[in-house]
Design a protein around this ligand. Sequence first.
Ligand code: SF4
Ligand code: SF4
Length: 271
Amino acid sequence: MAKKKYLVIDVALCHDCNNCFIACKDEHVMNSWLPYIDEQPRHGHRWMNIERTERGQYPRVSANFLPKPCQHCAEPKCKEAFDESVTVREDGIVLIDAEKAKGNKELLDSCPYDAIWYNEEKGVPQKCTFCAHILDGQAGASICSTRCAHSCPTEAITYHDLDEAEFEKLKAAEGLERYKPEESPDGLVWYKNLYRFTKHFIAGGFLKDGECAEGVKVTLKGVDVPEQTTNYFGDFWFDGLAPGAYTIVADGQDIMDVTLTESVNVGNIAL
Ligand code: SF4
Ligand code: SF4
């Protein structure tokens, strides 16, 4: 069975250090890897673009980062729009043809992930190539990985070369998801702990006689989540929630109704 190349990006491990972004620049600025891709301009392009979100309210806040290259979609909308200019290789890598796409700024609008950038100097749309020149052994490099995965100090980005059965096993074991699956449910870039970027939490704390109430059993009505026990600070934190109506239940008693539209710190509640 033919293998495909994958990037797995763990949102929980990304600390926004930008090493991946810089490694991408190092690989492509002032380096032409034609026919894969021409050189990247020094400024303006973010082929590895780290998106940021902050959830909750002080002091129960969670800052999260989503490294976002081209998602190397299995059925790319960029190709749907400009078939001649875009190729999907057998290993799943999506490449823009520098000659056929020359001058085509509209290609940028075809990507629902905003992953294509226009190189004014060269007159060509460009994006992440999955470091195909390295993986094909064309760059004389001593690594067999993408530069972003190779440079990540926390292993938030990992590179995998897997057949379909191996990937399905990994996907199930790690709970991998596509970002914005409504745009492209399949491809080469997959996320772990994506809920930290796309879902919400309800967090708070309990007090008893003015002291932090450790050991309170807390659950939520409105969703099937495991019961939690408040920590040393009396805190609880339910994450990965969709917008909706929930009730906080402590030691079997309904405590508070929450209509969740964004992550919320409900504060300290006296029992
Ligand atoms: S190198 Fe790793 S930790 Fe740093 S920003 Fe990129 S993905 Fe995040
Ligand atoms: S993320 Fe955008 S540029 Fe990349 S393959 Fe999908 S549609 Fe094309």
